[in-house]
Ligand binder design. Sequence first.
Ligand SMILES: N[C@@H](CCC[C@H](N)C(=O)O)C(=O)O
Length: 257
Amino acid sequence: MHFYKYQGTGNDFVIVDNREGKYHELSQETIHKICDRRFGVGGDGFMLLNNKEGYDFEMVYYNADGRLGTMCGNGGRCIVKFAYDMGIRRSEYKFWAVDGEHIATIQKGIVSLKMSNVSTIQQFEDHVILNTGSPHYVKQVTNLKEMNVFEEGRKIRYSDTFKKEGINVNFVEPINNHSWRVRTYERGVEDETYACGTGAAAVALAFSKEEPGKNSIDLEVLGGKLRVNYTKNEDGTFSDIWLKGPAEKVFEGTIDI
Ligand SMILES: N[C@@H](CCC[C@H](N)C(=O)O)C(=O)O
């Protein structure tokens, strides 16, 4: 199987062009092995680029554990860059993913991806839960640089409340008024990753200003910088959510499956 490896702020993915439909039947075990950093190519996730009527393509996303995933923001940005590199050239992309239609653009190496609208945010005493295409737990902490995100994130992800469905756990610390530092424990990878796009969007919305209006937040993640733009509506819902950042090809090759 010919594969391509892409990364967006260090969130890395193996991508396969499946427009001929040869790879619809890959097993969970095969995908898990491809994503293994010792026995396979290595990646936080695996994606198929499929044909889809009425769209430029369809994105099918699997977590590194080989299970079909919910939406992946950085994966979405990487697959748009992949589509461009494969000759699918558009000024504006329209593609289908597990949570519905997405729009994206590429400008000067920055891939901007429109995320699904968010209507509900659950506020708890010391954390926030919301779904930006994937489920996220967001908690503000101090000394984030020194924190053991793997251990602390894992405790929450495998707590009685979340162990069945799983959740992505984001720890955040403000840098200034418009930027936050974020580190994420990702469900399905079951480890800290260098970035999480739906997590970055979740952090931006979880700590949005009280007043409705347009806003822009910068997120510093282990693998670089992301930006999230959004509109907070009068009724407290969020729309026009854009995830922005770099996405690039790392290498390509073939693997026996
Ligand atoms: N890396 C992601 C999120 C991928 C999905 C996640 N692992 C889950 O199971 O919810 C991103 O960039 O959004």
